[in-house]
Write a protein that binds this ligand. Structure first.
Ligand code: SMG
Ligand code: MG
Length: 377
């Protein structure tokens, strides 16, 4: 459903940006690299009525997408924040339109929009979940497991997450670390809901290898081909029994519409950062729901800020598959919010307090801040 009641417009006095380096509890390896520290940008909008918080989910290097920390840092200060400050009073629903003349940089736009939205909702005493149209008070929690040294080590890692209660396992794959890894997990854990994520590591020429995954009864294969391979994804979809899910390719409502029209995906991963904001994410949810396409909420190793917002988004009715909405402890020993998301019987609670429904821990935030700037009007 489209947003029923707008958030309160906020009078912007300034915007603070911080680059954080948050240590991970264990290295996270995908087809494109290994991270041991989450580099991420936190946004604070300063308004007469109080602060609002957002998160820019870029990574240090442009490997998942073309966006990266220092590019985001630059474009935010040089173009996007000045465009918002020029308006002074901004409604969250207008942020995307104000920033639309600047091409791309969707993760930056999403982080700014979320901060404005948080401030506006806190002023109204409304939760983000209520605003977005959440229909559940908790959401089932899946976990994304990185590539390990060996398939045996992967099985051990998965066993640990299943013991914690995660209801769905996603493993990362890449050429050479696909069939054996998936077989090992499937053999060890029988009927556990299982899916794989290639992060664009294959081409259509690899279709025969990818078809071997069909025997593992996977929920889906996520983003096997490149971001702009909508036509090849459609061709691959016709060659596999495993449902193809798109992540990187779905950069907007328009891209989602194109992908559905072409038959490039039968499942969609929705990430607010990748599509330019939580409002665009809701629009994609609505499109997919009308088309009978299941969606689930992706993750970008968010801090407590984005993690709270993702839980709210994942509580919308079209999110019929468990998302990468895990407990904070999946990645972090110490989060930057006072009450980090926890796993309760395989679920994560949707915050109900005003705005994001989480409070920043200022000491924890300062401890992981490596770069800070404040832009005033
Ligand atoms: O936040 O649980 C999380 C991470 C989920 O695997 C995850 N994200 O392609 O879906 C994906 C990746 C993107 C980040 S990879 C460093
Ligand atoms: Mg993915």
């Amino acid at each position: 459903m489209p947003i029923a009641r707008p958030a309160e417009p906020v009078a912007l006095d300034g915007v603070e940006l911080r680059v954080l380096h948050v240590p991970l509890v264990s290295p996270f390896t995908t087809s494109f690299g290994t991270e041991t520290v989450r580099e991420v940008i936190v946004v604070r909008v300063l308004t007469a009525g109080g602060d609002g918080w957002g998160e820019i989910v870029t990574q240090a290097d442009p490997l998942y997408s073309s966006e990266y920390t220092q590019g985001a840092w630059d474009v935010a200060q040089r173009f996007l924040i000045p465009a918002l400050l020029e308006r002074r009073t901004v409604a969250a629903e207008d942020v995307a339109g104000i920033l639309a003349p600047f091409i791309g940089h969707r993760m930056v736009k999403a982080g700014l929009e979320l901060a404005v939205l948080d401030a506006g909702l806190r002023a109204q005493g409304r939760s983000l979940g209520e605003y977005l149209g959440a229909e559940r008070d908790r959401v089932p929690s899946g976990v994304s497991v990185g590539i390990q040294k060996t398939p045996e080590a992967l099985v051990e890692a998965v066993a640990g997450y299943l013991d914690e209660g995660y209801v769905r396992i996603k493993i990362k794959i890449k050429p050479g670390r696909d069939i054996h890894d998936t077989a090992a997990v499937r053999d060890a854990f029988g009927a556990t809901p299982l899916q794989v994520d290639a992060n664009s590591a294959y081409t259509l020429a690899d279709a025969a290898v990818l078809a071997e995954l069909d025997r593992f009864d996977l929920l889906l294969i996520e983003q096997p081909l490149q971001e702009d391979d909508l036509v090849d994804h459609a061709a691959l979809s016709r060659m596999l029994r495993t449902p193809v899910c798109l992540d990187e390719s779905i950069v907007s409502l328009k891209a989602a519409r194109d992908a559905l029209a072409l038959g490039s995906a039968s499942v969609v991963n929705i990430k607010a950062g990748r599509v330019g904001g939580y409002l665009e994410a809701v629009a994609i949810h609505d499109l997919c729901r009308d088309a009978g396409i299941p969606v689930w909420c992706g993750g970008m190793l968010e801090t407590g800020i984005g993690r709270a917002a993702n839980a709210a988004l994942a509580a919308l009715p079209g999110f019929t598959l468990p998302g990468d909405v895990s407990a904070s402890s999946r990645f972090y020993a110490r989060d930057i919010v006072t009450e980090p998301a926890v796993l309760e019987a395989g679920h994560v609670r949707v915050p109900t307090g005003p705005g994001l429904g989480v409070e920043i821990d200022p000491v924890a935030l300062d401890d992981v801040t490596v770069q800070r700037v404040e832009i005033r009007r």
